[in-house]
Design a binder for this molecule. Structure first.
Ligand code: FES
Length: 115
């Protein structure tokens, strides 16, 4: 089960919450459920307002990273991800540094989420 640590200048201190791996809730849903002020507008992978920087905190085996087509498009347009990073995520299980919180489904990995 992953621990998700949220960190932001908008918060008094970092907050770590316990999430359920494989749950179909998005990272944004976990943030909202815990009153973490991650920005959002569309909640549909289109506006890009929920961009967050995600890094792995554990040395678990890397797990294949699934980015939605919307996530790839929005992150490419905003310059947060390269074609190579998308290829690395899809073929080499190397997670990209930026994600859309409304599109990202948590895996069984402890992560740090900065916004
Ligand atoms: S809230 Fe619009 S892309 Fe995530």
């Amino acid at each position: 089960m992953p621990n998700v640590t949220f960190s932001s200048p908008q918060m008094k201190k970092d907050l770590t919450v316990y999430a359920v791996a494989g749950d179909t809730k998005t990272l944004l849903a976990v943030a909202k459920a815990n009153k973490v002020p991650v920005a959002f507008e569309c909640e549909n992978g289109e506006c890009g307002s929920c961009q967050v920087e995600v890094s792995l905190l554990s040395n678990y085996r890397k797990i294949g990273t699934a980015l939605t087509e919307k996530e790839k498009t929005v992150l490419r347009l905003s310059g947060k991800i390269t074609a190579q990073q998308i290829a690395d995520a899809e073929t080499n299980d190397i997670p990209p540094p930026w994600r859309l919180a409304c599109q990202m489904i948590l895996r069984d990995e402890d992560v740090l989420v900065k916004f």
